[in-house]
Design a binder for this molecule. Structure first.
Ligand SMILES: [Zn+2]
Length: 261
C-alpha cells in the first residue's frame, strides 16, 4: 500500500497518496472557503449570545463532562456547527465536555468525514452453535477498525458463569447495553464493521436494527458432534442438547449459511 498524508481539499481534511500535490490546485478554493467560515466562527464564538449560552449549558450540566463525568472545560456542539449552523444555539445540540473527551469526539468526527460516502459501516450478525467457529470466522473477516459485540462473552463477564449459563436478568442488561450502543453506532458510523456474535437469532436485536439497511445475517453451520467434542475438550459445562434443540427449531430465514468443518 502507498503511504498517505493528510491534506485539505476545499477546507475538508482528506487522505491522499503521499506524493500527490493537492494544495496548489486547491489553494484558491480552500482559502476562500476557510476565510468565509473562519470569520463567521470567530464572530460567533466572540458573541455575547454564545457566551451566555455557554454559561447556561455549563450550569445545566452542573459543570460536568457529559461523557466521563469529570470537570467540564468547554461546551460542544453535538452535531458540529460546521454541519448544522442553524442549530448552533439549540440547547438540545449542546453539551459540556472535558478537553480529553472533546478531543476523542473531534477525532471520530474527522474519521467519519474522511471515510466519506464510498465507505459504509456494515453490521454483521453471526449465529451458530457453541464452538462452531463463530469467533474464528469473525477474526478471519474483520478489519483493523471493527467493533465486536459477543453476547456470550458479555454474559460470561457480567454473570461470572460459564458462557452459556447466563440468566434472564443479565440478558436484559446486555440487551439494554446493546440498545445504547446501537444508538451511538447509528449516529456516528465510524467503524468499518460491527460484529454481533450470538448462538441463536434474536428478534429483539433484529427489531432494534430494523431501519439499518447494511446488515448481513450469517449462520455458521458445523457438525454438532464436533462442536460438542470441542466443548468437552475446553471443559465447558453446558447443556449442549438443550441449545442444540433450540438451534434446530430456530428461524434462520434470511441468514446466509457458512459451512464450517
Ligand atoms: Zn470527559
Amino acid at each position: 500500500m502507498k503511504p498517505t498524508k493528510l491534506t485539505f481539499i476545499n477546507g475538508k481534511p482528506t487522505l491522499v497518496s503521499y506524493d500527490k500535490v493537492v494544495r496548489t490546485d486547491n489553494d484558491k478554493a480552500y482559502n476562500f472557503h476557510r476565510n468565509v467560515e473562519e470569520s463567521d466562527y470567530v464572530k460567533f464564538y466572540h458573541s455575547t449570545e454564545w457566551k451566555h449560552k455557554r454559561q447556561e449549558i455549563l450550569e445545566r450540566d452542573y459543570g460536568l463532562c457529559q461523557r466521563c463525568g469529570m470537570d467540564a472545560e468547554l461546551v460542544d456542539h453535538i452535531i458540529p456547527s460546521k454541519d448544522d449552523w442553524n442549530d448552533r444555539l439549540n440547547n438540545d445540540n449542546l453539551q459540556s465536555l472535558c478537553r480529553g473527551c472533546h478531543k476523542i469526539k473531534t477525532k471520530r468526527e474527522w474519521m467519519k468525514h474522511h471515510k466519506g460516502m464510498e465507505s459504509y459501516m456494515n453490521i454483521n450478525i453471526v449465529c451458530g452453535l457453541p464452538a462452531s467457529g463463530k469467533t474464528t470466522y469473525v477474526k478471519r473477516h474483520m478489519t483493523e477498525h471493527d467493533l465486536i459485540y459477543d453476547y456470550d462473552e458479555l454474559m460470561h463477564a457480567l454473570s461470572g458463569l460459564p458462557m452459556q449459563q447466563g440468566n434472564h436478568d443479565i440478558h436484559d442488561y446486555i440487551t439494554l447495553f446493546f440498545d445504547q450502543l446501537l444508538r451511538k453506532l447509528k449516529a456516528e458510523q465510524t467503524f468499518n464493521n460491527v460484529w454481533i456474535i450470538k448462538t441463536l437469532p434474536d428478534k429483539r436485536i433484529d427489531t432494534l436494527l430494523s431501519n439499518y439497511h447494511r446488515i448481513n445475517h450469517i449462520v455458521i453451520v458445523a457438525d454438532p458432534n464436533i462442536c460438542e467434542e470441542r466443548l468437552r475438550e475446553r471443559k465447558e459445562q453446558i447443556s449442549f442438547q438443550k441449545i442444540l434443540n433450540s438451534f434446530k427449531t430456530a428461524d434462520f430465514t434470511g441468514y446466509r449459511v457458512v459451512k464450517n468443518g
